[in-house]
Design a protein. Sequence first.
Length: 141
Amino acid sequence: MRERATAIVASPFLRFVISGGIAAAVNIVSRIALSQIMPFSAAIVLAYLAGMTTAYILMKLFVFDQSGSSVRQEYIRFGLVNLVSLLQVWLVSVGLARWFFPLINYTWNADTTAHIIGVLSPVITSYLAHKSFTFARTDQS
């Protein structure tokens, strides 16, 4: 599968962005659905977990080389990187939706707009962290 993805999109960063876009869509759609049954703030967290798991699977399959670590170790590292990203996504999303948008009287789909901006906010830092930490090659000596 990776060979086919590499043939179509040579740049690992671009494959990361595409995979992240798919995971972000899972995140956004999950948040919209979850917001029907729970507060916006909590829905962001649960939707983030759905998106994060989707992202891990896609990144492992299509973006990064084998690290030599177990799936468990990688997923824990992936989770640690994403805890930092989750904080960033939550702060940006809630900050925009509850503080900034009301300040400027922005009301058109304010929660969804804020959430989309929040989800996009950690793209570069996440790529670098996953490349150098989550999926970094381990010494097999």
